[in-house]
Design a protein around this ligand. Structure first.
Ligand SMILES: CCCCCC/C=C/CC(=O)SCCNC(=O)CCNC(=O)[C@H](O)C(C)(C)COP(=O)(O)OP(=O)(O)OC[C@H]1O[C@@H](n2cnc3c(N)ncnc32)[C@H](O)[C@@H]1OP(=O)(O)O
Length: 947
């Protein structure tokens, strides 16, 4: 964790060795403490240099450690020993010095930075503050204003800026470690007192109070409701007004408040969720580490509307040559000018030269014959897109990937008109595409793993947060948006105002409430979509009740608003009024109030007082409920993926973690209970129906029998050593399988993945313990297996990490128990651990893995080479023709209401026979298991008799 060497005969070189970012985990802290002790006590050592392996100084505390009780030496005493020592200590900063890593450097007497290094205190972005003296030392070193800015924003600064601010003593283009060694030798004998930051006096500006007040106002405006930046300001105030030791005490008290807060948990969850999303996985088993992306050097973008232009800019600024296509000369010229302007402004802002030489503009699709990838961004019209894809299929060379920027249309329908359906995928950018970070990569049933890998990798190259999703109307983000928007308008009908709803959502943390956001996005887009879908307009059967469509509640108020020419900010009127078209200052409009009152009296609706709580619950719980359905349908692999989509595409407040995380923090029982309550009040709103409610009374009775059986089973399993060490381990009561085998979203949330019925998972650690038999019973096979599982578990137990934070969604890693040899299935009502048939490397008929998505990356890699087909089987879907959204997808799609004529088609599929439900893990494999007698090795474990 740290290497100690004596170099140049008199310098102790301490190298942090904790890849990938040399985080200050407990062993690293131990190692630093020991190394420093050794260096300080060795008379040969005259100076010390601290650096990090692999060109990275230190990425700060090991954030994963925040999840559990902190173990190992506390950091501050370790760092204080560095400062107090009588030998000069130099930090050699390469790569990054962040958080605790930066604080470590601040305890050293000197800092040398490599010119490409980045430094910063990003703790605030994790819901905490720099609590290893950062809030007390940085102000002493660089003054209050600069320190305040760095600490409250978490901004990383360059080595040059650090030099300018006085944080580092030297910047070098050479190896920082070599430079630091030379520097350290020169520092020997110089007085150390002035180099001890704790002894410095904070330069205190005369207008301290005003400065801190302004900073407070600023963070309240920028991140309303977020605690960490405010705590940072208080800590910095302490640096200015208190002696060092008292300030340190204040820092630690503030940290204690933040550390266990829900906000810190949410923000740390977001950090990992974002990285988890990059590790994409498809139902086929193709995933990030077994699918090779192609290199994309040239691309084409078809359509130079707002989306197309943004996509061209995103590609060109990362060095990809782009051919931009339009259908008319005027549109092409207009597009060209706008793209060039955007690229020039972007380059100026970044201090680089604009990559205009990479651009080519054309009216002819024939020019695309040699490009590596095409992104179609034409008007959101299926017929038009199909024509484009047919044409591309003829023109482009056979290997060219064809992607569509649709915001919700059927990607597979487009694939179907080409000669290369496996090379077709969705790349759903969000508007404006060169600014918004989110990219939904849509995997059609015929998209190959290479195609998805390429789209994901291209997204990453463009600096996007890319999330792989399935192909269903609206994909993930826009599909969830519909029930959210519906609730907002239903609440209007029932008595709320746009201002009230927006305020509740803004108080929750959204930068903009749903109506202000819709005004910004433009209301006409959604109106057009609804007209095209037959929800409104002349095609609607006059006999249709005005507030019902397809037997469901429908709110025509948004249509009425549009009929008055109120399209939002661009027309100066929408849900709000604006001083002039294009203005952003939304003011409540009495005309909207009149419209609502007239509407309610026309339909005999008695307006009622609606609480903020109801607004939040109805808008957000319905969002999570749809998220659960999406997971259930296999359209997203994990709740993290959904949360990342909402964080980066829909401005869900990060300190709430995302809709799925938020639901888990509220508690799923509570969410489901409230949904049930609202669904009873509004039975004609299917989206309010919690997913638990989709079974009948008769089925309930059946399930409760199973529950007893399952609970007995679970109890009988308790105490088995193969269960105990896993913190997040839970049992599934409904499937009677005693544990969950899959790293599945429901396990993350502490719920079983039974189809349509969400059954609480019980943590086995909380169950009464049953002694494990000392000696094998008569049932030899079973005991053997138990022992083998135990051994296997213990062998891999170090990787059973606790969840990132104690009350965050639970992580059930038990799946890894079964990755090598065993898969699990109910056979004849019994739990079966069945040894997986050996993989026949040459035989194409080798059965696919039971759940490749849950396999660990390393092990999956070699196996998948043999089993994953080139053309992957896409997620299951019943794709119905989707109404179009808008050319400007994403944010503008806020206005779009999707018609879901074929969703929820199979809610009556509840499994009542006690066997695994459709879509559950052990029904997915097609190997010999379906016929127990044919399996190669079968070990039936009758749990009742085993334990
Ligand atoms: C608890 C003991 C007492 C401590 C007291 C002092 C308290 C100090 C508070 C802190 O220091 S909080 C942490 C502050 N540091 C950060 O916020 C940095 C977070 N990391 C990043 O910003 C980036 O990872 C990076 C360092 C800039 C590197 O970016 P890059 O794009 O190169 O790689 P990633 O994909 O982001 O990360 C690779 C890999 O590493 C994991 N990881 C990164 N940083 C940490 C960390 N600080 N702790 C634990 N794990 C970290 C990341 O999750 C990736 O893991 P994966 O499994 O490969 O996905």
């Amino acid at each position: 964790m740290a290497r100690y060497e004596l170099v140049k005969r008199s310098v102790a070189l301490i190298t942090l060795t904790n890849p990938p970012v040399n985080a200050l985990s407990s062993p690293v802290r131990h190692a630093i403490a020991n190394s420093m002790e050794r260096a300080l006590s060795d008379p040969k050592v005259r100076a010390v240099v601290i650096c990090g392996e692999n060109g990275r100084f230190c990425g700060g505390a090991d954030i994963r450690e925040f999840a559990g009780p902190l173990r190992g030496p506390p950091l501050i005493p370790v760092l204080e020993a560095i400062e107090a020592g009588d030998k000069p200590v130099v930090a050699a900063i390469e790569g990054m010095a962040l958080g605790g890593g930066f604080e470590l450097a601040l305890f050293c007497h000197y800092r040398i930075a490599q010119s490409k290094a980045r430094l910063g205190l990003p703790e605030v972005t994790l819901g905490i503050l720099p609590a290893a003296g950062g809030t007390q030392r940085l102000p002493r070193l660089i003054g209050i204003p600069a320190a305040l800015e760095m600490i409250t924003t978490g901004r990383h600064i360059s080595a040059q800026e650090a030099l300018k601010l006085g944080i580092v003593d030297q910047v070098t283009d050479q190896n920082a470690c070599e430079t630091a060694l030379e520097f350290a030798l020169k520092a020997v004998g110089k007085p150390l007192s002035p180099r001890r930051v704790s002894t410095l006096t904070t330069p205190c500006p005369p207008d301290l109070d005003a400065l801190l007040e302004a900073a407070t106002m600023q963070v309240k405006k920028k991140t309303p409701g977020v605690m960490a930046p405010l705590a940072c300001i208080q800590a910095v105030r302490a640096a200015a007004t208190m002696p060092y030791s008292k300030g340190m005490k204040q820092e630690s008290e503030l940290m204690a408040t933040l550390f266990n807060s829900g906000q810190a948990r949410a923000l740390q969850y977001c950090f990992f969720a974002q990285r988890t999303a990059g590790k994409w996985t498809l139902p086929s088993g193709a995933q990030w580490n077994n699918s090779k992306p192609r290199e994309i050097r040239s691309a084409a973008v078809i359509g130079l509307g707002t989306m197309g232009r943004g996509i061209v800019v995103s590609l060109a600024r990362v060095g990809i040559s782009v051919i931009a296509v339009e259908s008319e000369k005027k549109l092409l010229e207009n597009g060209r000018q706008m793209v060039i302007g955007m690229l020039e402004r972007d380059a100026k802002r970044r201090g680089v030269s604009a990559s205009l030489n990479l651009l080519k503009f054309t009216l002819s699709l024939q020019d695309l014959k040699d490009v590596d990838l095409v992104i179609e961004a034409v008007f959101e019209d299926m017929a038009l897109k199909k024509r484009v894809f047919q044409e591309l299929s003829k023109v482009c060379r056979p290997g060219t990937l064809l992607c569509t920027n649709t915001s919700g249309l059927d990607v597979d329908a487009l694939a179907g008109v080409t000669d290369r359906p496996h090379l077709v995928a969705g790349m759903h950018f969000f508007s404006p595409a060169h600014v918004m970070k989110l990219l939904e990569v849509v995997c059609g049933p015929r998209s190959s793993s290479e195609t998805i890998a390429t789209a994901m990798s291209l997204g990453k190259k463009m600096g996007k947060v890319s999330v792989a999703v399935g192909n269903c109307p609206g994909f993930v983000g826009n599909r969830m948006l519909k029930p959210y928007l519906d609730q907002a308008t239903f609440l209007l009908e029932e008595g709320a105002t746009p201002e009230q709803i927006d305020k509740a959502l803004e108080d929750f943390g959204f930068a903009m409430g749903v109506f202000r956001m819709s005004d910004l996005a433009g209301l006409d887009v959604g109106w057009r979509v609804r007209k095209e879908s037959g929800l409104t307009g002349p095609d609607v059967d006059p006999k249709n009740p005005p507030r019902k469509r397809q037997g469901r509640r429908y709110c025509p108020i948004p249509d009425m608003v549009c009929e008055q020419g109120r399209f939002g900010q661009k027309t100066g009127r929408g849900w709000y009024k604006y001083d002039k078209p294009g203005d952003t200052n939304a003011k409540p409009d009495p005309l909207i109030q009149n419209l609502l009152e007239t509407y309610r009296s026309r339909y005999g609706i008695q307006p009622r007082n609606i609480s903020d709580q109801e607004i939040i619950e109805r808008c957000l719980f319905v969002l999570a409920n749809e998220g659960f359905r999406i997971l259930e349908d296999g359209m997203a692999a994990r709740p993290e993926d959904i949360d990342v989509i909402y964080l980066f595409g829909y401005a869900f407040p990060r300190h709430r973690g995302g809709p799925m995380f938020y639901a888990s923090m509220v508690g799923l029982e509570r969410v489901l209970e409230r949904l049930e309550h609202y669904h009873q009040a509004h039975p004609d709103v299917p989206h309010l129906e919690p997913i638990t409610m989709a079974y009948t009374g008769a089925q309930k009775a059946l399930k409760s029998d199973k529950l007893d059986e399952a609970q007995a089973l679970a109890k009988s399993c308790a105490g088995r050593p193969d269960f105990l060490p896993c913190d997040g381990l839970s049992i599934c009561a409904t499937h009677s399988h005693g544990k969950c085998f899959k790293l599945h979203w429901c396990c993350h949330l502490g719920w079983c993945h039974c189809k349509y019925v969400y059954q609480p998972m019980t943590n086995v650690a909380q169950l009464p313990s049953t002694p494990v038999p000392a000696a094998p019973s008569d049932c030899t096979d079973t005991i053997d297996l138990s022992i083998s599982l135990t051994e296997r578990f213990l062998r891999i137990s170090p990787c059973f990490l606790p969840p990132p934070c104690p009350e965050s969604p639970k992580y059930c890693n038990i799946a890894e128990l079964f990755i090598d040899d065993y898969i699990v299935k109910r056979i004849n009502g019994k739990m079966c651990y069945v040894q997986r048939p050996p993989i026949h490397t040459e035989a194409p008929s080798t059965p696919p893995q039971i759940n490749p998505a849950s396999l660990t990356p390393q092990k999956q890699h070699t196996e998948d080479k043999q089993t994953v087909e080139e053309t992957v089987k896409g997620p299951k879907m019943g794709h119905c023709s989707s109404p179009s959204s808008s050319e400007d997808s994403g944010i503008n799609a806020l206005g779009g209401h999707y018609l879901e004529s074929c969703e929820e088609e199979s809610e009556d599929e509840l499994s009542t026979d006690g066997h695994s439900s459709p879509g559950s893990l052990w029904d997915q494999d097609e190997c010999t298991l379906l016929s127990p007698s044919k399996s190669i090795v079968e070990i039936i474990e009758n749990i009742e008799t085993t334990v």
